[in-house]
Design a protein around this ligand. Sequence first.
Ligand SMILES: [Zn+2]
Length: 119
Amino acid sequence: MAESKNYSGGCHCGQVRYDVTADLSQVVACNCSICMKRGMLLTFVPPEQFALRAGADNLVDYQFNKKIIHHLFCRECGVGSFSRGQKPGGGEMVAINVRCLDGVDATGLTPTPVDGKKL
Ligand SMILES: [Zn+2]
C-alpha cells in the first residue's frame, strides 16, 4: 500500500532545494536514453506534492525527442534532482530523482524496471 512520507531533496551544491511527499515503495528504474546515462531512480508525484524551495534561477532546462519532459538540472553542479512533465493520460507530474533525497539510501529500495526506451 501507499506509504507517502515527506522528504527534502536537492542538487549537489545545495542551491536547488525542494520538499516532496512521496511513496518510495513506488520507485522506477527506467532504461530510456537519459535515465540510463543519469543513473536515475525515479518516483512520480503530482505537482501538489512538490514544492521548490530554492534555486529556481539555477535550473537549466534540457529537452529532447518529443520534448514532453523538462529534464531540469542545476547550472552550478549539473545534478538533475527532478524533472517536470506530463503523464501519458494528461496532467502535470514531477519526476523525483530519489537519489537526491536527503537521508534516503537508494541501495535499500526495490525499483521496478520500466522499459522506457520503447516509450
Ligand atoms: Zn547544484
